[in-house]
Design a protein. Sequence first.
Length: 240
Amino acid sequence: MVGIVLLAELEVFHSRPIAPTRRVALGQLQLPVDPSPGHGGVLLGGVVARFSNDMDPDLYPDIFALSRELEAGMRIPQPRLRHRFQQDIVGLGSSVQQLVQVDGEMSYIFESDKGAPEQFVLAAIYAAGELDGGIRASVMETIRQGLRWSGPVGPSLIFHLLGGSASAVGSLSMGTGDPVSWALSVLGFGGADETPEKKIILTRFRDLLRDAHPDHGGGENDAADRITELTEARRILLAS
């Protein structure tokens, strides 16, 4: 049976993409940010990475500028990026973006069919702007990392948003479940009832390490992240 745990959630209220008046509001937020950037920051950065690629590239400078202004606690004149940010949700539709843990591994669930990409990117940035000052800066930087991302939206993105730190991934896994489950999933043992023997772990690690290397077909951009992730998973399992 697959175990799914909700780690973070962003509810976005928005006008229809074809509506003449473009509006965005925030709904229910579950954005834990400890240790920073936390699951909340990973979700917001993921939302921005997922939807910014569908935006007009000419909007990118204003998105970066908006993140800096909100980080500094500035008041934002409306509308921004052709959308009005408001509190009133009457007449607006809603979409929910989530970060979940499935059998020990973090992944995203995006709802994209009812709103425009600009609305979701704006909502993520405005949600970060409502965080306390010290945390806000860290989460905004995570969002900007998402804006710069050009790869697949999955484990490699999460790794990237956490600064390329496998220990940070493990730390977040410890906060919501079992780091051993995360490590089992990384090495392809997801769903195992117990930790495999050391010899089996090492064999699987070497096989996956070879596959991850650019010389054996692994992507150059993601190879370093994947190798570090595999190494951390091996360390956790051999120590358990």
